[in-house]
Design a protein around this ligand. Structure first.
Ligand code: GTP
Ligand code: MG
Length: 151
């Protein structure tokens, strides 16, 4: 099954939104395969956002990501990369639909509380950047047969 990298940024952690956000992914039927709380270095943040290095907000963005605890996670499920992005909502919370995480819980683009991989390649790269293979946990969830309807 497909996997994606999801991170609650320092603003989401500080605002006490961990349980709210984790709960949305759980209730959807996706499966948590890795989770840890980390304070990334600025160099690490620059690696994570390397594709944005030409943007004017890059330095501020990397300062912010490395300013406090980030909840790094890997979620697994059919279509989780695309659907996870849908659950997160548009980059700018002013444009995110109500019902999405950013639409419901954030106000400005520089403090949009959550990150999600934007495609299969970035998902693979980001999972490898944030987690060692050993930290990805393989287990059978009793819910799977109910979520997918297979035995
Ligand atoms: P991520 O899931 O965090 O990668 O967001 P995204 O994929 O919806 O957007 P993108 O990758 O283009 O930008 C990464 C992050 O940079 C965003 O989540 C914002 O936090 C920040 N960002 C993007 N555009 C702007 C901007 O115009 N101004 C500021 N201050 N921050 C921005
Ligand atoms: Mg992005």
């Amino acid at each position: 099954l497909e996997r994606t990298f999801i991170a609650i940024k320092p603003d989401g952690v500080q605002r006490g939104l961990i349980s709210e956000i984790v709960s949305r992914f759980e209730r959807k039927g996706f499966k948590l395969v890795a989770i840890k709380l980390v304070v990334p270095s600025k160099e690490f943040a620059q690696k994570h956002y390397h594709d944005l290095k030409e943007r004017p907000f890059f330095s501020g963005l990397c300062d912010f990501l490395s300013s406090g605890p980030v909840l790094a996670m890997v979620w697994e499920g059919e279509g989780v990369i695309k659907y996870g992005r849908k659950m997160i909502g548009a980059t700018d919370p002013a444009k995110s639909e109500p019902g999405t995480i950013r639409g419901d819980l954030a106000v400005v683009v520089g403090r949009n509380i959550i990150h999600g991989s934007d495609g299969p390649e970035t998902a693979k790269d980001e999972i490898a950047l944030w987690f060692t293979p050993k930290e990805l946990v393989s287990y059978t969830s009793n819910e799977e047969k109910w979520v997918y309807g297979v035995n």
